[in-house]
Design a protein around this ligand. Sequence first.
Ligand code: ATP
Ligand code: MG
Length: 226
Amino acid sequence: MGEVILTARNIFKSYDNGEKTLSVLSDLSIKVEENQIITITGQSGSGKSTLLNILGSLDKPDFGEVEIDGLNILALNDHEIAKIRNQKIGFVFQFHHLLSEFTAIENVLMPVWIRNSSSQKKDEAVDLFAELNLSSKMNCYPNQLSGGERSRVALIRGIINKPKILLADEPTGNLDEKNALVLIELLKKINNDFNQSIIITTHNPDVAKLGYSKYNLANGVLKAVR
Ligand SMILES: Nc1ncnc2c1ncn2[C@@H]1O[C@H](COP(=O)(O)OP(=O)(O)OP(=O)(O)O)[C@@H](O)[C@H]1O
Ligand SMILES: [Mg+2]
């Protein structure tokens, strides 16, 4: 068993829309080990994005604990949480969240600038654009890119700092089969090369197969899938 780098215990999360309370996660627990790929499937609305946001410290549960690299993140203030997030976690969001006033390569280098890392990262970014067949799009703005191209730019941004944990929310959702395969290969490669743990939510059976641990999210809890 590898070192555990992320633990969520007894997570409860509900949304209140005034009249009704919608319970999304109820008593959910998960452990993520170093170098592990976890895939999570589940119907639309089952809470996959909600769970990733909580695991990645972008959102807080109503109850429960989240530990990243031994730190109880719910006990930290927002500034401290943001620092941990930038150091340890990479996100590939379901809806990209690329910044519209910056080009593709500027979006990718944003986490590097925030972290003040070295300029060699630019070369790495250029290599990753090439690997994902995006070399000609580096200087385009997000509104000049297709949905699938934006997904791939968002993936590069998520991995550029080589975070210990990569959270990828339906990363192949907008991709054709060929580009989905390229992206799957890249996820395997970064997991292999950089010992990153990756948690992927997906509706794509080929992506779900990637998991060493495979789960299905239903009724607020995770069930192991074979
Ligand atoms: N901010 C919010 N306020 C109220 N309800 C929300 C909010 N965010 C999500 N929900 C509700 O919580 C449930 C879970 O949403 P979530 O986005 O986590 O699902 P999902 O599994 O990621 O779905 P999909 O496969 O469509 O991406 C849904 O019923 C959704 O309508
Ligand atoms: Mg979602």
